[in-house]
Design a protein around this ligand. Structure first.
Ligand SMILES: Nc1ncnc2c1ncn2[C@@H]1O[C@H](COP(=O)(O)OP(=O)(O)OP(=O)(O)O)[C@@H](O)[C@H]1O
Ligand SMILES: [Mg+2]
Length: 416
């Protein structure tokens, strides 16, 4: 049995893996499930902090309080040194992440019946695009937070490499594999040579042909779907009577998981009240103000996310926006969604092409493309990635568990 665990702190979901012979690697973190949604709710009515599905349920039941999602997206940004207001008190974002990661540790330890002093944390290939200093800072910050909650020895592994270790434990011939991990915050890729004989080698540098990634994931798809379909109902793209555009910042904040609470600041609310007087389409702004009054921004983002997920299985969904005033039943199509995220899909496609070029590998030589991460369900994106390695067989891993399972193997190798 390994002494250390692997922690996949995800933008949307977190898992903990622990390598034990003959047993599944993932520890149950909530209600027997391996994933703990990366969500915190400060329930002001009950003066309690809730995590995961329980946090989402409290928020949707209408408890007063503050909901936080997409915490990982704060790493490497200037927001990280800031704070948010919870029950009239300032809460630094660092502490907020500490609350969540500490809870993940406690739950894993309770389940394992032992303490974990050492851990390998997954990390995206880039926390921050095109800024090595900010990227370094993001990893350092995560390490500091991990230490502050009691991990003494901390290692990092690229998330797609962790997924590669998981896949490798299940194959019996050697393959050249493109690992595609499309999560909530980032799309990460590794081109790796995998095989049962290679697995035991201590040094794998030669097997890792290239890593690549871009800060685009499911939360961005939610955002662009929201801006394209829902936000116009609330006045996005409309004007003032003077003809000037309504500032888009309200809509961007509301459509972006980790900035929704910024729409609730006193300053933002006061500015919006001012704007409402001069709006050319006051009914839409009224709807927007009502939504903000009711702190229903996360509810709206959740409805959009549900519609997006449904579009992976069906070409069209009816999105019931029953908490809008007046309510609305909005038709959302897969084609419309594909249009809304077209630019993002292009960027991810370019990332894969660059990675193959960096590795000096002809696309036709890739044997397998291995998909993991919840957003690999997005049809347009999956097709684009698969098309960039035309001869490759497509394999789907455990969409939410491959990284945690691979990190468990890595932790066992590194820390014993
Ligand atoms: N069937 C589906 N189709 C499309 N998207 C989906 C589906 N299921 C889940 N998602 C999206 O997948 C994302 C979560 O995936 P995952 O749990 O792999 O991310 P994560 O590991 O938390 O994020 P990251 O690795 O980027 O930090 C969310 O944005 C969610 O909306
Ligand atoms: Mg992930």
């Amino acid at each position: 049995m390994a002494n250390a665990c692997g922690v996949d702190f995800g933008t949307s979901n977190s898992t903990v893996g622990w390598a034990r012979p003959g047993q599944p690697a993932l520890l149950a973190l909530e209600d027997g499930k391996a994933t703990l949604p990366s969500v915190v709710f400060f329930n002001a009515d009950e003066e309690e902090v809730r995590y995961g599905r329980a946090a989402l349920a409290d928020y949707l039941e209408g408890y007063e309080g503050r909901l936080m999602r997409s915490l990982k997206s704060l790493l490497g940004t200037s927001l990280m040194d800031g704070q948010t207001e919870v029950a009239g008190r300032a809460l630094p974002f660092r502490q907020l992440l500490g609350h969540f990661i500490g809870e993940v540790k406690r739950r894993a330890e309770r389940q394992a019946g032992r303490e974990f002093g050492s851990a390998v944390f997954g990390r995206p290939v880039f926390f921050v695009d095109d800024d090595p200093a900010a990227d370094r800072l993001a990893e350092d910050t995560l390490a500091e937070i991990a230490r502050s909650v009691g991990f003494r020895e901390i290692g990092f592994q690229y998330e797609p490499i962790a997924a590669a270790f998981d896949y490798e434990s299940r194959i019996d011939v050697e393959e050249l594999v493109l690992i595609a991990d499309i999560g909530g915050g980032t799309s990460d890729f590794s081109l790796v040579r995998l095989g049962p004989q290679r697995m035991a080698r201590p040094e794998r540098r030669d097997d890792l042909l290239a890593n690549g990634g871009v800060h685009i994931g499911g939360t961005d798809f939610d955002k662009y779907l929201s801006l394209a379909s829902v936000m116009p109902l609330l006045g996005y793209g409309s004007t003032l009577v003077s003809g000037a555009a309504i500032p888009s910042s309200y809509y961007f904040n509301l459509a972006t998981w980790h900035t929704i609470n910024q729409a609730y600041t006193r300053k933002s609310i006061a500015q919006l009240a001012e704007l409402a007087r001069d709006a050319a389409e006051p009914d839409k702004i009224k709807r927007l103000r009502r939504l903000i009054d009711e702190r229903a921004g996360h509810w709206l983002a959740m409805r959009v996310e549900e519609a997006k997920i449904a579009l992976s299985d069906t070409p069209e969904v009816a999105l019931a926006l029953d908490r809008l005033d007046p309510p609305e039943l909005l038709r959302v199509t897969r084609a419309g969604f594909a249009d809304a995220i077209g630019g993002l899909v292009d960027q991810v496609g370019a990332t894969v092409r660059r990675l193959l070029a960096d590795a000096g590998v002809a696309p036709e030589r890739v044997d397998t493309v291995f998909f993991t991460g919840g957003s690999s369900g997005v049809a347009a994106l999956r097709e684009r990635i698969a098309a960039s390695v035309p001869q490759a067989r497509r394999v789907e891993g455990d969409l939410f568990g491959s990284i945690g399972a691979g990190l468990a193997l890595d932790a066992a190798r590194r820390f014993g």
